[in-house]
Design a binder for this molecule. Structure first.
Ligand code: MTE
Length: 320
C-alpha cells in the first residue's frame, strides 16, 4: 500500500496558498477568508465548526518560549479544514466533514500505571488541574508543511503530577478512543487501532508539552482532536495524539502508531530535525501553510534552547 502521508505532501501547498490567490486576483478577501473562498471556488465545502469559548484563558508567563513571536498565525479556517485524523478519513480535506458529528459529552481520561494515585478524570476534573493558557506554537508535520497555532491548554506535567508517578515510571503511553461506531474509519486498516503515542517521562514533564483543549480561544473542533489532544511543538505533528482516553505511566518504551507502521521512516522520538531526512523526502525545508516560498526547517522546530538538553549524548540519526 502506498504511504498516505507521502502521497499527500503536495496538495496543501497548492490549495491553501492564500497569498498566491490574492496575487492571482482570484478573490479579493482578507487573508483568513481566502482559503475558504478558494475551497468553495474549487467545489470543496469548508465545514463551519465554531465551538464554545473557553472562559478564563490566561496569557503565559513571558520568557519561557510559550509564544512564537513575529510569525503570522495560521487562519483558523486552515487549521480546522486541513487535518490528519485517520480515524475519520485519510483525506485531509474531508476530516472536518467526517468528524463534524463526533460527540465528546461524558468523555473520560484514565491516568494509570506506575503511579501512587491512578485516577479517571472527566472534563470538569481536567479543567481543575490547571487554568487554561494560550500557547502559540509552531506545528511542523513530518510531511514538510507547517502552521502556527494558538492552542489553549495546560502542561501535561501538571496532570501527571496529580497521579504521583513512581520512580519506576520512565515513559508515558497514550491512547486515542477506539470506537468504530463514532470513528468510522477505524473499520478500515488505514492504521492499527487504537492510535497510540508515547513520550519519555522527562519529555512529558517538559513545560512545553501540553494537553490542548482548544484553539483560537474556543474548544477544539472534533477534527483537531476534541476534547483533548497532545501538543509537543518540538516534535513532528504525528506525536500529537488526538482524542485521548488513556495515559499510562510505564517502565519501557511504548509502541507508537507511525513507528509500528514504518519504523525506518517514523521514529519513536519524532523530533523535528532538518539534518535527518525522511527516507523519501528532505526535511531541510518546509512550506508554511499560506506562504509561497519554502522556509528552512529549524532544529527542534525552533525550540532547541528549551529542549536540546533532553537529548544530550544521543545520536539523533539513530534515535530519530
Ligand atoms: N491522532 C490520531 N488519533 N489520529 C491521527 O491520525 N494524526 C497525527 C496527529 N494526531 C493523528 C493524530 C498527525 S500525522 C498530525 S500531522 C496531527 O495529528 C495533525 O493535527 P491537526 O489535524 O490538528 O493539524
Amino acid at each position: 500500500m502506498a504511504d498516505p502521508l507521502e502521497s499527500q505532501i503536495t496538495p496543501p501547498d497548492v490549495y491553501l496558498n492564500r497569498r498566491n490567490f490574492i496575487r492571482g486576483g482570484i478573490v479579493a478577501a482578507t487573508a483568513a477568508g481566502t482559503a475558504l473562498a478558494y475551497r468553495k471556488f474549487n467545489g470543496v465545502d469548508p465545514v463551519s465548526s465554531e465551538q464554545p469559548p473557553i472562559p478564563g484563558v490566561q496569557k503565559p508567563a513571558a520568557g519561557q518560549g510559550f509564544t512564537v513571536a513575529g510569525e503570522e498565525l495560521t487562519p483558523r479556517d486552515s487549521i480546522a479544514n486541513y487535518n490528519n485524523f485517520y480515524e475519520f478519513t485519510t483525506d485531509k480535506d474531508g476530516v472536518a466533514a467526517a468528524a463534524k458529528d463526533f460527540k465528546t459529552a461524558g468523555w473520560k481520561i484514565t491516568v494509570d500505571g506506575l503511579c501512587a494515585k491512578p485516577r479517571v478524570f472527566d472534563l470538569d476534573d481536567l479543567r481543575k488541574v490547571a487554568p487554561p493558557e494560550e500557547r502559540i506554537y509552531r506545528m511542523r508535520c513530518v510531511e514538510a508543511w507547517s502552521m502556527v497555532i494558538p492552542w489553549v491548554g495546560f502542561s501535561l506535567g501538571k496532570l501527571l503530577a496529580k497521579v504521583e508517578p513512581t520512580s519506576a515510571a520512565k515513559f508515558v503511553a497514550m491512547e486515542t478512543l477506539f470506537d468504530p461506531t463514532r470513528m468510522p474509519n477505524q473499520s478500515s486498516g488505514a492504521l492499527e487501532w487504537p492510535y497510540v503515542e508515547g513520550l519519555r517521562i522527562d519529555e512529558a514533564m517538559h513545560p512545553l508539552a501540553i494537553l490542548a483543549t482548544g484553539l483560537y480561544g474556543n474548544e477544539l473542533p472534533p477534527q483537531d482532536g476534541a476534547p483533548v489532544r497532545l501538543v509537543t511543538p518540538w516534535k513532528y505533528g504525528f506525536k500529537g495524539i488526538k482524542s485521548i482516553v488513556k495515559i499510562s505511566l510505564v517502565a519501557t518504551r511504548p509502541p507508537t502508531s507511525w513507528n509500528k507502521r514504518a519504523p525506518d521512516e517514523y521514529g519513536f522520538y519524532g523530533n523535528v530535525n532538518p539534518h535527518h531526512d525522511h527516507p523519501r523526502w528532505s526535511q531541510a525545508t518546509e512550506r508554511r501553510i499560506g506562504e509561497t516560498a519554502r522556509r528552512p526547517t529549524l532544529m527542534f522546530n525552533g525550540y532547541a534552547d528549551q529542549v536540546a538538553s533532553l537529548y544530550t549524548g544521543m545520536d539523533l540519526d539513530v534515535d530519530f
